[in-house]
Design a binder for this molecule. Structure first.
Ligand code: SAH
Length: 242
């Protein structure tokens, strides 16, 4: 394989240590051998969300199967600030953008929240999860956020861990700006659907002890833009960009 070939990174569940043999899933084998034309002796990068990034060599290559042997660690395990992103489902194409950017920016957990004005066809968790894995593989990340099961807003609030500050991105009121809000981890950001929260939902949020309404500025943003802006603002405030 020429050295200029693009670096391939795969997310695996297996523990990663020198000499470990890692079996490939059928789709991974197809991607590696049929699509990316890699073969025995070639190397790729592996990460599992726990052990950092490791170089692994292809030991066996089959049509829908294969085995990698882990060689040495090539990157540290990145730890992310303890930030959750809660978002109401929006139309699929935009939800894919929102999820991909949340993975690239680095959130620990993604929690879809069902609200009265949620858009988009039913969420497909396995598709969403695959999209998150692909985003982490492509952006050089070593963590794939946890994907929580979609739950109605009321249920999420009823079970809310009281030590976690919930920053409710509210475009309707002159709430304090997120840029001026110090909310150290553990924290969560909540982004509403294209149609926003309905008045009862907004009232329940404002009444919740762990919840703080915050503004992302004077312009109303699309949900996926609001998610990107909110995560970036929060991380900058926490000094995550050092
Ligand atoms: N209800 C709005 C659109 C909602 S935008 C309307 O129809 O005019 C989708 C979500 O993005 C909102 O529910 C909110 O969570 C977030 N959002 C967008 N702009 C925002 C802002 N300037 N401040 C805080 N949150 C914002």
């Amino acid at each position: 394989m020429t050295e200029t070939a693009p670096k391939i990174r795969l997310y695996v569940d297996a523990a990663l240590s020198a000499g470990a043999a890692v079996p490939l899933l059928p789709d991974q084998a197809h991607y590696l051998f049929a699509v990316m034309r890699r073969a025995r002796g070639d190397s790729i990068a592996l990460f599992n969300g726990r052990d950092g990034e490791w170089r692994a060599e292809i030991a066996e290559a089959g049509k829908r199967r294969g085995t990698l042997v882990v060689q040495q660690q090539t990157g540290p395990q990145v730890s992310l600030p303890d930030l959750w992103l809660l978002c109401a489902p929006i139309r699929k194409a935009r939800m894919d953008v929102l999820v991909e950017k949340a993975v690239e920016l680095g959130v620990a957990r993604l929690q879809p929240v069902l609200t009265r004005r949620s858009q988009g066809e039913r969420l497909r968790p396995e598709k969403l999860r695959a999209h998150m894995v692909e985003a982490a593989e492509q952006c050089g990340g070593t963590v794939v956020p946890e994907l929580a099961e979609a739950q109605p807003l009321a249920q999420v609030l009823a079970a809310w861990p009281k030590a976690r500050r919930l920053l409710f991105c509210d475009e309707t009121r002159d709430a304090p700006t997120l840029a001026g809000t110090d909310a150290p981890p553990p924290a969560a950001l909540l982004i509403g659907p294209e149609g926003g929260f309905d008045p009862d939902e907004a009232a329940a949020l404002r009444a919740h002890p762990a919840c703080r309404p915050v503004s992302l500025g004077p312009r109303i943003l699309r949900a996926e833009t609001a998610a990107i802006a909110a995560i970036t603002l929060w991380q900058a405030l926490q000094g995550d960009w050092q």
